[in-house]
Design a protein around this ligand. Structure first.
Ligand code: VGL
Ligand code: ZN
Length: 511
């Protein structure tokens, strides 16, 4: 299997899921033949989403599956649709085609597809069509979450010294782990066989090697392993979780940039009770609150541009009269702090001016003295949608230091605006190696089109898009399986960072 239907790309556009075709018949797996059960069990044994499943979990998964029959030529998965099912082929042949990845691939009995959508609620990356009459078994995301929750108890509690010792036992005289050595080391540490493939169709071990091997030398030294362990690898196994509340500030709710009057017509106030309930119902280790915090004169303010006031110099390609005439939601070309690079800047009404009512958090948002507060957009010359880096990545906020010093590994983002500050923050956090989740019903956005576009981009970068009701289950499990998925998310995030840099007018400098 070399192509997954779920390798979503940032170019594709999201479409609403279609209703189920009428020939869907639902059968459950209660009375399976031994032969069918064997095919399903073997398929589960080779795919990393079922890694480390106990016998009971396998039985429960099989009992939760539904049988679906497809006629020749019938479409099973449509690229771009949001999906939440994984499929196992019992009989027949299916054609998987992701036009961006090349030629179609044929899946037959025992093959599995659709994992990424199951894990991340991601848009489908490929079209899948039945070639012959095909019988499949599907498992949906909520059932999967229920089955994996509470399964963390059986894991040995690994500490770094044990991992370090294992490194020297497996690395050989060159003191570097090659692929096979990495596989033996992990198999020994976790007492599982690791002949699994991940959701992009590559072997789980290839993803692991790729994610740990930061200098891209093709093997792993002790420093790379230690760095990975301290962040995402160790974190996937013993997570430290931080809720990140983005910009739940008066100006975005009832002030100058109120979302209710933005094109999507969403209500910023609606996120407040959802976020408060999330805090109450889930044991996050920490909570961080980001605040858009601009000086009175800021390069993103339409009022400043209209008055000929440009805290960041206009780029030579931008005429001043045009810049003065550009209204809210238009864009102008500014010069980045390096004095040369062009920087595209969207114009917003003046908002979130430091120490004013508009910059204060909504009065009903639950806040605690221990919350981490992070300010962004404080430099008049450059905007900062992300609460991690400014739009050209010249400087960072205090966020990374705050999260790293607490050993945070997993972040759960919510707040305002989905397609602006939430999305940019999530992409930076994924890139930094955090296991990144966006809680969609706890977010409100500016443009419907922008929201859908950013969902695809985030999902492609390995950001999980979930509903707040899923959090209790999501927060109750952790295992090597999560580490393998972390590895494939990091590989994906690395590949998608370029498109984000392009979009936000990045100069490519890493300040
Ligand atoms: C934001 C526009 C301008 C946000 C901040 O918080 O999403 N949007 N500044
Ligand atoms: Zn702002």
């Amino acid at each position: 299997m070399s192509i997954s239907p779920n390798g979503g790309s940032p170019q594709q556009s999201w479409k609403a899921p279609r209703p189920k075709p009428s020939i869907w018949k639902t059968h459950t797996a209660a009375s399976l033949s031994a032969e069918t059960r064997k095919i399903i069990e073997t398929a589960m044994g080779s795919n990393s989403i079922f890694l480390g499943f106990t016998h009971d979990q396998i039985v429960e998964s099989i009992t939760s599956m539904q049988r679906v029959d497809f006629a020749p030529k019938q479409q099973i998965i449509t690229r771009g649709n949001i999906g939440d099912k994984v499929y196992i082929v019992e009989s027949g042949q299916c054609r998987i085609h992701n036009p961006q990845l090349g030629d179609p691939v044929t899946y037959g009995p025992g093959d599995v597809f659709g994992e990424l959508a199951l894990m991340f609620n991601a848009p489908r990356g490929a079209n899948v069509t039945a070639i012959t009459q095909a019988r499949l078994w599907s498992l949906d995301r909520m059932a999967y979450r229920r089955i994996i929750s509470g399964s963390s108890a059986q894991l040995p509690l690994l500490q770094w010294p044990t991992v370090e010792r294992a490194f020297y036992q497996h690395a050989g005289s060159d003191l570097r782990l090659q692929l096979g050595e990495l596989r033996s080391m992990l198999a020994r540490l976790f007492r599982v066989e690791l002949n699994h493939s991940d959701s992009t169709g590559q072997s789980a071990m290839d993803s692991m090697l790729d994610a740990i091997d930061t200098d891209r030398s093709g093997d792993i030294d002790i420093d790379e392993l230690r760095a990975a362990w301290r962040t995402w690898f160790g974190g996937a196994i013993r997570p430290v979780r931080c809720l990140v509340i983005i910009d739940v500030q008066n100006d975005f709710i009832d002030g100058t940039l109120k979302l209710r009057e933005c094109p999507a017509g969403q209500d910023g106030a609606a996120v407040v009770p959802v976020i408060n309930a999330m805090r109450q119902q889930n044991a996050f280790d920490f909570t961080a609150i980001s605040m858009d915090w601009h000086p009175h004169s800021h390069c993103s303010f339409a009022e400043c541009a209209a008055a000929g006031e440009f805290p960041a110099p206009l780029h030579p390609s931008q005429d001043e009269a045009g810049a003065r005439a550009t209204g809210v939601m238009g864009s102008i070309m500014l010069t980045a702090p390096d004095g040369v690079t062009a920087m595209k800047q969207l114009m917003w009404p003046r908002h979130c001016v430091a120490n004013t009512w508009g910059a204060a958090c909504h009065k009903e948002l639950v806040q605690r003295p221990s919350d981490i507060i992070v300010y962004k957009g404080t430099d008049p010359r450059i905007d900062s949608y992300s609460c991690v880096y400014d739009n050209s990545k010249y400087k960072q906020t205090t966020m990374l230091r705050e999260l790293r010093e607490r050993g945070v590994t997993h972040v759960y983002l919510c707040g305002i605006a989905t397609d602006v500050c939430v999305a940019f923050s999530a992409l930076h956090m994924a890139e930094e190696g955090f296991v990144t989740t966006v809680v969609e019903d706890a977010c409100a956005g500016v443009h419907e089109g922008g929201i859908q576009e950013k969902r695809v981009l985030m999902a492609s970068a390995g950001v999980q898009l979930v509903q707040s009701a899923e959090l209790p289950s999501l927060l109750s499990s952790a295992s090597l399986r999560d580490a393998l998925h972390a590895a494939s998310r990091i590989r994906n995030a690395k590949a998608h960072v370029l498109s984000v840099q392009h979009e936000s007018g990045h100069a490519g400098s890493q300040g």
